[in-house]
Design a protein around this ligand. Structure first.
Ligand code: ATP
Length: 301
Protein backbone atom coordinates (compact mmCIF):
# COMPACT_ATOMS: atom_id res chain seq x y z
CA UNK A 1 0.00 0.00 0.00
CA UNK A 2 2.73 2.44 0.97
CA UNK A 3 4.45 1.91 -2.36
CA UNK A 4 1.26 2.90 -4.17
CA UNK A 5 0.76 5.88 -1.87
CA UNK A 6 4.24 6.96 -2.90
CA UNK A 7 3.73 6.24 -6.58
CA UNK A 8 0.38 7.96 -6.66
CA UNK A 9 1.07 11.13 -4.78
CA UNK A 10 3.90 12.42 -6.98
CA UNK A 11 1.99 12.27 -10.28
CA UNK A 12 -1.28 13.32 -8.65
CA UNK A 13 0.23 16.66 -7.77
CA UNK A 14 0.76 17.29 -11.48
CA UNK A 15 -2.85 16.65 -12.39
CA UNK A 16 -5.37 19.25 -13.46
CA UNK A 17 -7.53 21.35 -11.18
CA UNK A 18 -10.46 19.05 -11.90
CA UNK A 19 -8.56 16.09 -10.51
CA UNK A 20 -7.50 18.08 -7.50
CA UNK A 21 -11.09 19.00 -6.72
CA UNK A 22 -12.18 15.38 -6.96
CA UNK A 23 -9.40 14.61 -4.51
CA UNK A 24 -11.08 17.00 -2.11
CA UNK A 25 -14.34 15.13 -2.32
CA UNK A 26 -12.86 11.64 -2.04
CA UNK A 27 -9.70 11.59 0.06
CA UNK A 28 -6.96 9.93 -1.99
CA UNK A 29 -5.60 7.92 0.91
CA UNK A 30 -9.02 6.34 1.45
CA UNK A 31 -9.18 5.29 -2.19
CA UNK A 32 -5.74 3.72 -1.95
CA UNK A 33 -6.72 1.80 1.14
CA UNK A 34 -9.82 0.65 -0.75
CA UNK A 35 -7.66 -0.63 -3.59
CA UNK A 36 -5.85 -2.79 -1.09
CA UNK A 37 -9.29 -4.10 -0.08
CA UNK A 38 -9.07 -2.75 3.42
CA UNK A 39 -12.15 -1.43 5.13
CA UNK A 40 -12.55 2.32 4.67
CA UNK A 41 -14.61 4.96 6.47
CA UNK A 42 -17.36 5.09 7.57
CA UNK A 43 -17.39 1.93 9.63
CA UNK A 44 -21.06 1.22 10.30
CA UNK A 45 -22.57 -1.88 8.75
CA UNK A 46 -19.58 -4.12 9.32
CA UNK A 47 -21.81 -6.65 11.01
CA UNK A 48 -23.69 -7.29 7.77
CA UNK A 49 -23.29 -10.23 5.46
CA UNK A 50 -20.25 -9.76 3.22
CA UNK A 51 -22.15 -10.55 0.08
CA UNK A 52 -25.39 -8.65 0.54
CA UNK A 53 -28.06 -8.75 -2.14
CA UNK A 54 -27.58 -5.34 -3.70
CA UNK A 55 -28.50 -5.15 -7.37
CA UNK A 56 -27.64 -2.89 -10.24
CA UNK A 57 -29.90 0.03 -9.32
CA UNK A 58 -28.65 2.93 -7.25
CA UNK A 59 -31.35 5.10 -5.71
CA UNK A 60 -30.93 8.40 -3.88
CA UNK A 61 -33.97 9.25 -1.75
CA UNK A 62 -34.19 12.86 -0.56
CA UNK A 63 -30.47 12.89 0.20
CA UNK A 64 -28.90 15.89 1.87
CA UNK A 65 -25.20 15.96 2.61
CA UNK A 66 -23.03 18.46 4.50
CA UNK A 67 -19.27 18.21 4.89
CA UNK A 68 -18.28 18.31 8.57
CA UNK A 69 -18.14 21.90 9.74
CA UNK A 70 -19.65 23.31 6.53
CA UNK A 71 -22.27 26.01 7.01
CA UNK A 72 -24.32 25.02 3.95
CA UNK A 73 -25.12 21.54 2.62
CA UNK A 74 -23.34 20.40 -0.54
CA UNK A 75 -26.24 18.20 -1.69
CA UNK A 76 -29.85 19.14 -0.98
CA UNK A 77 -32.95 16.94 -1.30
CA UNK A 78 -31.41 14.79 -4.02
CA UNK A 79 -33.83 12.19 -5.34
CA UNK A 80 -32.87 10.16 -8.41
CA UNK A 81 -32.51 6.60 -9.66
CA UNK A 82 -29.64 5.21 -11.73
CA UNK A 83 -30.28 1.98 -13.59
CA UNK A 84 -30.87 -0.83 -14.06
CA UNK A 85 -28.21 -0.68 -16.77
CA UNK A 86 -27.73 2.18 -19.21
CA UNK A 87 -25.33 5.11 -19.28
CA UNK A 88 -26.23 7.80 -16.75
CA UNK A 89 -24.32 11.03 -17.06
CA UNK A 90 -24.07 13.73 -14.40
CA UNK A 91 -23.17 17.22 -15.55
CA UNK A 92 -23.06 20.55 -13.79
CA UNK A 93 -20.92 23.56 -13.06
CA UNK A 94 -17.80 23.37 -10.93
CA UNK A 95 -18.71 22.94 -7.26
CA UNK A 96 -22.19 21.60 -8.08
CA UNK A 97 -21.59 18.49 -5.95
CA UNK A 98 -20.93 15.92 -8.69
CA UNK A 99 -17.86 14.36 -7.05
CA UNK A 100 -19.57 14.47 -3.68
CA UNK A 101 -22.44 12.45 -5.17
CA UNK A 102 -19.93 9.82 -6.34
CA UNK A 103 -18.41 9.81 -2.85
CA UNK A 104 -21.82 8.92 -1.43
CA UNK A 105 -22.44 6.30 -4.14
CA UNK A 106 -19.21 4.53 -3.17
CA UNK A 107 -19.73 5.03 0.56
CA UNK A 108 -16.65 7.13 1.09
CA UNK A 109 -19.21 9.44 2.70
CA UNK A 110 -22.66 8.83 4.17
CA UNK A 111 -25.76 10.94 3.57
CA UNK A 112 -26.52 13.38 6.38
CA UNK A 113 -30.25 12.76 5.87
CA UNK A 114 -32.21 10.66 3.40
CA UNK A 115 -31.30 7.21 2.09
CA UNK A 116 -29.18 5.59 -0.61
CA UNK A 117 -30.15 2.13 -1.82
CA UNK A 118 -28.22 -0.40 -3.84
CA UNK A 119 -30.92 -2.65 -5.25
CA UNK A 120 -33.15 -3.36 -2.28
CA UNK A 121 -30.52 -2.62 0.35
CA UNK A 122 -29.74 0.58 2.19
CA UNK A 123 -25.99 1.15 1.76
CA UNK A 124 -25.72 1.71 5.51
CA UNK A 125 -26.52 -1.98 5.90
CA UNK A 126 -23.44 -2.89 3.84
CA UNK A 127 -19.81 -2.33 4.71
CA UNK A 128 -17.95 0.26 2.60
CA UNK A 129 -15.92 -2.63 1.15
CA UNK A 130 -19.10 -4.49 0.15
CA UNK A 131 -20.50 -1.37 -1.49
CA UNK A 132 -17.28 -0.97 -3.48
CA UNK A 133 -17.45 -4.57 -4.68
CA UNK A 134 -20.80 -3.69 -6.25
CA UNK A 135 -19.92 -0.15 -7.26
CA UNK A 136 -16.61 -0.01 -9.14
CA UNK A 137 -15.07 3.46 -9.09
CA UNK A 138 -12.72 4.78 -11.76
CA UNK A 139 -11.70 8.28 -10.82
CA UNK A 140 -9.04 10.57 -12.16
CA UNK A 141 -6.46 9.31 -9.74
CA UNK A 142 -7.03 5.63 -10.42
CA UNK A 143 -5.57 5.93 -13.90
CA UNK A 144 -2.33 7.39 -12.62
CA UNK A 145 -0.60 4.03 -12.69
CA UNK A 146 2.95 2.73 -12.57
CA UNK A 147 4.37 -0.73 -13.17
CA UNK A 148 3.46 -3.34 -15.77
CA UNK A 149 0.06 -3.90 -17.38
CA UNK A 150 -0.62 -7.16 -15.52
CA UNK A 151 0.57 -5.71 -12.21
CA UNK A 152 -1.81 -2.75 -12.57
CA UNK A 153 -4.73 -4.95 -13.59
CA UNK A 154 -4.24 -7.46 -10.79
CA UNK A 155 -4.24 -4.74 -8.16
CA UNK A 156 -7.54 -5.49 -6.43
CA UNK A 157 -7.97 -8.80 -8.33
CA UNK A 158 -4.84 -10.78 -7.42
CA UNK A 159 -6.38 -14.08 -8.55
CA UNK A 160 -7.10 -12.95 -12.11
CA UNK A 161 -5.72 -15.33 -14.76
CA UNK A 162 -3.94 -14.17 -17.89
CA UNK A 163 -7.12 -15.02 -19.80
CA UNK A 164 -9.10 -12.74 -17.47
CA UNK A 165 -6.58 -9.95 -18.05
CA UNK A 166 -6.77 -10.22 -21.85
CA UNK A 167 -10.58 -10.33 -21.73
CA UNK A 168 -10.63 -7.18 -19.59
CA UNK A 169 -8.19 -5.47 -21.98
CA UNK A 170 -10.38 -6.44 -24.94
CA UNK A 171 -13.43 -4.99 -23.16
CA UNK A 172 -11.69 -1.61 -23.10
CA UNK A 173 -10.30 -1.94 -26.62
CA UNK A 174 -6.72 -2.13 -25.38
CA UNK A 175 -5.99 -5.76 -26.26
CA UNK A 176 -4.42 -5.04 -29.65
CA UNK A 177 -2.34 -2.17 -28.25
CA UNK A 178 -0.91 -4.33 -25.45
CA UNK A 179 -0.34 -7.34 -27.75
CA UNK A 180 1.76 -5.08 -30.00
CA UNK A 181 4.00 -3.92 -27.12
CA UNK A 182 7.31 -5.59 -26.26
CA UNK A 183 6.65 -7.54 -23.07
CA UNK A 184 2.89 -7.48 -23.65
CA UNK A 185 1.31 -7.94 -20.17
CA UNK A 186 4.62 -6.84 -18.61
CA UNK A 187 4.82 -3.69 -20.75
CA UNK A 188 5.19 -0.53 -18.64
CA UNK A 189 2.21 1.77 -18.23
CA UNK A 190 3.98 4.61 -16.39
CA UNK A 191 3.63 8.30 -16.95
CA UNK A 192 7.12 8.72 -18.29
CA UNK A 193 9.02 7.07 -21.12
CA UNK A 194 7.36 4.43 -23.25
CA UNK A 195 4.23 3.96 -21.18
CA UNK A 196 0.63 4.24 -22.29
CA UNK A 197 -1.05 7.54 -23.16
CA UNK A 198 -3.41 9.25 -20.70
CA UNK A 199 -6.46 7.90 -22.51
CA UNK A 200 -5.01 4.38 -22.58
CA UNK A 201 -4.24 4.53 -18.85
CA UNK A 202 -7.81 5.62 -18.22
CA UNK A 203 -9.06 2.61 -20.20
CA UNK A 204 -6.64 0.38 -18.27
CA UNK A 205 -8.15 1.68 -15.03
CA UNK A 206 -11.61 0.81 -16.39
CA UNK A 207 -10.33 -2.69 -17.24
CA UNK A 208 -9.05 -3.04 -13.68
CA UNK A 209 -12.47 -2.08 -12.32
CA UNK A 210 -14.22 -4.49 -14.72
CA UNK A 211 -12.09 -7.41 -13.48
CA UNK A 212 -13.98 -7.08 -10.20
CA UNK A 213 -17.28 -7.45 -12.09
CA UNK A 214 -19.13 -4.55 -10.47
CA UNK A 215 -22.90 -4.23 -10.88
CA UNK A 216 -22.39 -0.50 -11.21
CA UNK A 217 -19.43 1.19 -12.89
CA UNK A 218 -18.78 4.75 -11.79
CA UNK A 219 -16.43 6.93 -13.81
CA UNK A 220 -15.18 10.43 -13.17
CA UNK A 221 -14.25 11.51 -16.68
CA UNK A 222 -11.06 13.47 -17.28
CA UNK A 223 -11.64 17.13 -18.09
CA UNK A 224 -9.22 17.12 -20.98
CA UNK A 225 -6.46 15.20 -22.67
CA UNK A 226 -8.33 12.78 -24.94
CA UNK A 227 -7.86 12.99 -28.70
CA UNK A 228 -10.82 12.34 -31.01
CA UNK A 229 -10.07 8.61 -31.26
CA UNK A 230 -9.67 8.32 -27.46
CA UNK A 231 -12.99 10.09 -26.98
CA UNK A 232 -14.71 7.82 -29.53
CA UNK A 233 -13.34 4.71 -27.82
CA UNK A 234 -14.31 5.88 -24.35
CA UNK A 235 -17.87 6.58 -25.48
CA UNK A 236 -18.02 3.18 -27.22
CA UNK A 237 -16.82 1.40 -24.05
CA UNK A 238 -19.42 3.24 -21.96
CA UNK A 239 -22.20 2.22 -24.38
CA UNK A 240 -21.02 -1.40 -24.39
CA UNK A 241 -20.77 -1.53 -20.60
CA UNK A 242 -24.15 0.20 -20.27
CA UNK A 243 -25.76 -2.87 -21.85
CA UNK A 244 -24.24 -5.10 -19.15
CA UNK A 245 -24.38 -3.00 -16.01
CA UNK A 246 -25.34 0.44 -14.72
CA UNK A 247 -22.78 3.03 -15.78
CA UNK A 248 -22.65 6.39 -14.00
CA UNK A 249 -20.32 9.05 -15.39
CA UNK A 250 -19.46 12.50 -14.14
CA UNK A 251 -18.94 14.05 -17.54
CA UNK A 252 -17.17 17.11 -18.79
CA UNK A 253 -17.60 16.26 -22.46
CA UNK A 254 -20.64 17.17 -24.46
CA UNK A 255 -20.27 14.00 -26.56
CA UNK A 256 -20.59 11.84 -23.42
CA UNK A 257 -23.84 13.59 -22.49
CA UNK A 258 -25.22 13.38 -26.03
CA UNK A 259 -24.60 9.61 -26.15
CA UNK A 260 -26.03 8.93 -22.67
CA UNK A 261 -29.33 7.25 -21.96
CA UNK A 262 -30.05 9.87 -19.33
CA UNK A 263 -28.42 13.13 -18.29
CA UNK A 264 -28.72 14.62 -14.78
CA UNK A 265 -28.01 18.31 -14.35
CA UNK A 266 -26.74 19.13 -10.88
CA UNK A 267 -26.27 22.75 -9.79
CA UNK A 268 -25.96 24.22 -6.32
CA UNK A 269 -26.24 20.71 -4.88
CA UNK A 270 -29.73 20.23 -6.34
CA UNK A 271 -30.93 18.12 -9.21
CA UNK A 272 -32.21 20.70 -11.69
CA UNK A 273 -33.40 18.42 -14.49
CA UNK A 274 -32.95 14.90 -15.86
CA UNK A 275 -33.67 13.27 -19.19
CA UNK A 276 -32.20 12.42 -22.55
CA UNK A 277 -29.93 15.11 -24.02
CA UNK A 278 -32.55 16.03 -26.65
CA UNK A 279 -35.24 16.46 -23.99
CA UNK A 280 -32.86 18.35 -21.71
CA UNK A 281 -32.22 20.86 -24.50
CA UNK A 282 -35.98 21.57 -24.45
CA UNK A 283 -36.84 21.37 -20.77
CA UNK A 284 -33.78 22.97 -19.15
CA UNK A 285 -32.64 26.42 -20.19
CA UNK A 286 -29.66 25.98 -17.85
CA UNK A 287 -28.58 22.83 -19.70
CA UNK A 288 -29.12 24.44 -23.09
CA UNK A 289 -26.98 27.37 -21.93
CA UNK A 290 -24.21 25.01 -20.80
CA UNK A 291 -24.29 23.32 -24.19
CA UNK A 292 -24.19 26.59 -26.09
CA UNK A 293 -21.23 27.90 -24.07
CA UNK A 294 -19.21 24.68 -24.23
CA UNK A 295 -15.80 25.08 -25.80
CA UNK A 296 -13.94 22.46 -27.81
CA UNK A 297 -16.46 19.83 -26.74
CA UNK A 298 -16.01 20.50 -23.02
CA UNK A 299 -18.68 21.99 -20.81
CA UNK A 300 -17.53 25.36 -19.51
CA UNK A 301 -16.35 25.32 -15.90
P1 ATP B 1 -15.87 20.06 -10.07
O1 ATP B 1 -16.60 19.94 -11.38
O2 ATP B 1 -15.11 21.35 -9.94
O3 ATP B 1 -15.05 18.85 -9.73
P2 ATP B 1 -18.05 19.14 -8.36
O4 ATP B 1 -19.38 19.41 -8.97
O5 ATP B 1 -17.51 17.77 -8.47
O6 ATP B 1 -17.01 20.20 -8.90
P3 ATP B 1 -17.62 18.80 -5.52
O7 ATP B 1 -16.16 18.51 -5.67
O8 ATP B 1 -18.54 17.71 -5.17
O9 ATP B 1 -18.18 19.56 -6.82
O10 ATP B 1 -17.74 19.97 -4.44
C1 ATP B 1 -19.00 20.52 -4.08
C2 ATP B 1 -18.80 21.50 -2.95
O11 ATP B 1 -18.34 20.80 -1.81
C3 ATP B 1 -17.77 22.59 -3.25
O12 ATP B 1 -18.24 23.80 -2.69
C4 ATP B 1 -16.54 22.11 -2.53
O13 ATP B 1 -15.72 23.16 -2.14
C5 ATP B 1 -17.12 21.38 -1.35
N1 ATP B 1 -16.24 20.29 -0.89
C6 ATP B 1 -15.73 19.30 -1.65
N2 ATP B 1 -14.95 18.46 -0.92
C7 ATP B 1 -14.98 18.97 0.36
C8 ATP B 1 -14.41 18.57 1.59
N3 ATP B 1 -13.63 17.47 1.68
N4 ATP B 1 -14.65 19.34 2.69
C9 ATP B 1 -15.44 20.44 2.61
N5 ATP B 1 -16.03 20.87 1.48
C10 ATP B 1 -15.81 20.16 0.36
Amino acid sequence: VLMYVFLLFGPVQQLTGAAASFGQALPAAERILELAELEGEPGAGSQCSPDGTAGDTLVFGDVTFSYPGASVPTLVGLTCEFGPRGVHVIVGPSGAGKSTLLGLATRFRDATTGHIRLGDQDVRGLTPADVRKKVGLVDQESFVLEGGVAECLRYGSPGATEGDLWAALDHVHLGATVRARPGQLDAPVGLRGLGLSGGERQRLAIARALLREPSILVLDEAGSGLDAEGERLLNLILQEQGRLRTVIVVAHRLSTAVAADRVYLLAGGRLQAAGHHDDMMRISSQYAAMVSTQRAGLFAA
